[in-house]
Design a protein around this ligand. Structure first.
Ligand code: UDP
Ligand code: MG
Length: 337
């Protein structure tokens, strides 16, 4: 059997601090894997610049001029981690037998890619990288993340526990993934839906090599909300349940009020009245908010907007890179901003 062509897809957003080191380490690993005859020498590294404002694209572009195995895709504007990843996967699939996705900060142990490839040789089409510890995450991140997995599970969404977007997918799996046309694509939830033969590989997660997290609390919350509302209608069901419960409670209250009236204590009714106004008002607001959330989803889906826009795709160039004498204009733009 010929060795499979591997593409390592790396989404990058403002990663100038860590990128040179990432490129170095990944090239070294690729070299080793080729040497061990685990992957074909046509294997490449594909860096997706997700509309960075710093020198990220310049670094990718220069590396791609220097090393034939380094490729880049430049998105026209910031599309978010998940979409940048998709852009990379879909670009890469044309020329790869399998694709590994990994973050640019090298928090995920890159040597595990070797295990991924071995599993691929054994016939697995999807290999999930799973963290066995979360020591290096902050207390806050660890607990919010764990709470998230529990919540998702309670809502009936099956995620691979402690698996982020570090995984191997076969070309066939990526092709099937492309058929999921929803605008709010939550990869961690979708990939298990593909089926195919899959397995997990455990590893330890490290600190970010350099730079800071691109997932501040605000983005984390919106990511979690997206994940829940894209996959489950349990929240809407809960609202109806709450509605029913408050309906029965108000029946009981009604009986109680009547009793008070008959026994001549009507003035005391004020307290219960005011509490129920607040209670019901609150419930209604929650309900509106939640329904609004789903309507927002429908609104986004019906527009069928593209999830990302590619400015430049060095991976699928019709000619070798050396034909381009100067850096394309796009580079100047991205560094000027
Ligand atoms: N990222 C991206 N677009 C964004 C935000 C992040 O492509 O809008 C990339 C980022 O460069 C990194 C990966 O997504 O390679 C994960 O981000 P980060 O390491 O900051 O997240 P954390 O590990 O802190 O959850
Ligand atoms: Mg990270």
């Amino acid at each position: 059997m010929n060795e499979p062509v591997l593409t390592i897809v790396v989404p990058c957003y403002n990663e100038e601090e860590v990128l040179p080191e990432t490129i170095r380490q990944l090239r070294e690993l690729r070299e080793q894997l080729v040497g061990e005859r685990l992957i074909s020498e046509n294997s490449t590294l594909l860096f997706v610049d997700d509309g960075s404002r710093d020198a990220t694209w310049t670094i990718i572009y220069k590396a791609s001029l220097r090393y034939p195995e380094v490729k880049g895709v430049k998105l026209a504007r910031n599309a978010g981690h998940q979409n940048a990843l998709l852009a990379g996967l879909f670009s890469a699939k044309t020329r790869s037998d399998c694709i590994v996705s990994i973050d640019a900060d090298l928090q995920d142990d890159i040597s595990v890619i070797r295990e991924f490839i071995k599993k691929f040789h054994e016939g697995y089409e999807i290999v999930y990288g799973v963290r066995n510890k979360r020591d290096t995450d902050t207390f806050f991140k660890r607990h919010t993340a764990q709470g998230f997995y529990r919540l998702m599970k309670a809502m009936g969404v099956h995620l691979v526990y402690n698996h982020a977007d570090y995984r191997l997918m076969s070309r066939r799996a990526v092709e099937e993934l492309e058929r999921f046309e929803e605008a709010n694509l939550f990869l961690r939830g979708i990939v298990p839906l593909l089926g195919f033969r899959s397995t997990v590989v455990y590893y330890e997660r490290k600190e970010r090599l350099a730079g800071e997290t691109k997932y501040p609390l605000k983005k984390m919350i919106s990511f979690a909300l997206d994940g829940i509302t894209s996959f489950s209608i349990t929240p809407i069901r809960l609202i109806s349940l709450m509605g029913f419960i408050s309906f029965f409670v108000s029946l009981l209250f009604g009986a109680y009020f009547l009793f008070l009236k008959w026994t001549g204590h009507t003035q005391t009714g004020w307290t219960s009245l005011i509490t129920s106004i607040w209670l019901l008002g609150g419930l209604q607001l929650i309900a509106f908010g939640l329904i609004g959330e789903y309507i927002g989803k429908i609104y986004k889906e019906t527009k069928r907007r593209p999830r990302y826009i590619v400015d430049l795709d060095l991976f699928n160039l019709p000619m070798p890179l050396s034909f381009l004498a100067d850096e394309p204009k796009a580079v100047e733009q991205s560094t000027k901003r």
